[in-house]
Unconditional design. Structure first.
Length: 132
């Protein structure tokens, strides 16, 4: 015999089923980005136009023609396994080269942001994508 008043067992079971369904949906949603290839966004926070931007890593090479000041461009890459990225770009002020930026893998929904700052330094951030 149940310790709960009559009818509570049914309510508890129904709530448990809803909770379990929510947990399963959350698990599936968390895995949705798992098969997405990495995306690399180059952000130009300098006052110069960036041209001939090359992004290169293990098994990939992408070229972006130009990025205006205070703009960004995003590319999708498919590395051969684990990789970092090398960035090369030309500005009217100087040639930029930066190696071993970030770490990402072929799958997992990695989002890499490479920012060229106002004084031409490089800042890198790597995140795992959410459900987008």
């Amino acid at each position: 015999e149940s310790a709960f008043p009559a009818g509570c067992d049914v309510v508890m079971s129904s709530m448990g089923t809803r909770f379990m369904a929510c947990v399963l949906v959350a698990i599936a949603a968390a895995g949705c980005g798992a098969n997405k290839p990495p995306q690399i966004t180059v952000v130009n926070n300098s006052t110069s136009v960036l041209t001939d931007i090359q992004l290169q890593g293990i098994g990939f090479k992408q070229i972006i023609d130009r990025i205006e000041p205070n703009e960004s461009k995003t590319v999708t890459v498919v590395p051969d396994g684990e990789s970092s990225v090398t960035l090369e770009a030309i500005t009217p002020v100087r040639h930029i080269t930066a190696k071993d930026l970030g770490y990402f893998e072929r799958h997992g929904g990695y989002e890499v942001q490479i920012t060229i700052t106002s004084n031409y330094n490089i800042e890198t951030r790597v995140d795992l994508s959410s459900m987008r």
